[in-house]
Design a binder for this molecule. Sequence first.
Ligand code: ADP
Length: 488
Amino acid sequence: MTATVIRDVPKQLFIAGSWQDAESDRTLSVDNPATGEELCQVADASPADGRRAAEAAVAAQPSWAATPPRVRSEILRRAYDIIVSRTEELALLMTLEMGKPLAEARGEVAYAAEFFRWFSEEAVRIDGGMTTAPDGKNRIMVTRQPVGPCLLITPWNFPLAMGTRKIGPAVAAGCTMVLKPAPQTPLSTLALAAILTEAGLPDGVLNIVTTTEAAGVVEPLVRGGQIRKLSFTGSTPVGRILLAQSADTVVRTSLELGGNAPVIVFDDAALDVAVEGTLLAKMRNMGESCCAANRIFVHTSIADEFASRLATRMAALTVGPGTEPGIDVGPLIDTAGRDKVHNLVLDAVEQGAKVLTGGELPDGPGYFYPPTVLTNVSTDSAIMHTEVFGPVAAILTFDDEDEVVAAANDTEFGLASYLFTQGLDRGLRVSERLESGMIGLNTGLVSNPAAPFGGIKQSGLGREGGRVGIDEFLEYKYVAVPVRDGRD
Ligand code: ADP
């Protein structure tokens, strides 16, 4: 099936409803991180291609905004059905270009599809209202309108779900868009564009530019004055650049940026729940997730037991190509990603950390890294202040609640936090005190299309999913209507 899946996926830019080569005929290489070998080439857009894509989105905006909500809704619903029916092909495609094990890729297909189902339901529930002003004269009529053409930028770690999480609400709201996927994983996005076309999405509503020249393609669009909304998922440094660029033309921005998630395991936690929850929060997607557990704080009285149980579970995970059966941990995305993870481990060890399992760079092709557990980690280690994006669990100990809450909050990030306790008061109290947009209370998984996903502090702006996800793509329109009493 591998050869067929790669052969069948579109490899060109998608502009105004047609598949096109880049103007320069340039292509970029998509590689398999499990082997380091090339899978195929796809078009590599220049800034001129980017401008054409934006013009197509701008041209399609008026008629798309006028398309009935039910029509928009049913396109998303059809796309949901198609994605689900092609779970195997899409999962394999994602595993090949990104590395995650097939079982996780299938999970992501379901998660990704769910954003289309959710937003197909939201498309027909866009609200408005009419009220009487306090003076009794004016009527205040409020409607919602699409914000306008959007620029969507996605990362490589969840190639399908990051696309549907942005395309879903944009389609539901009546916005047209240009989507730029990460150059490492363009294939899932291209497959998604083909599915949406099959589902009936009109030409020009979704335009895809794959490129190695992210900054060169994106900046003119952000500054160009026609794109009215930027939705970005990626690193905090790039998010800062895009926010600064958006300031000049006052583009509305949603940013879903980096994290440095703490896990807190209290002495009254159910230990098996805490170990399994931490394993999930750490190891989902090989740790390449912005909500991945980064700093694990365990109460001193249970720290040895917890660390040894977690190390046993981590050591038992099977590492290998995600396409093979029974694999738990695939390769990291590329050499740079793996070197970064290994250097964080070396630095922590130099500062006194003890390796309970893993920690050694394997030989051979592919960018594999073993599940690793570190204890006795110094708070000065780089791993405490850096988003690891890899399968390394760094464990620290604590003695009291105030101390651990302060330590957990001691970061510029504020995306996800996890805490394990059987105490209801403590669970709610600490959830309120933790500075993050999302909390996993006795669970290691927070992602859910029906929930508002996003961060505070330097982890981002705005929310994706949930009831509020569509708001990011809508503007309020208020019409003042004086109603005379008829006796004037
Ligand atoms: P990561 O380190 O996870 O690759 P990035 O923030 O670099 O995160 O990338 C996320 C997305 O942002 C990708 O689609 C990437 O191509 C894009 N990107 C990177 N640099 C820029 C930039 N200067 N302007 C716009 N997009 C960018």
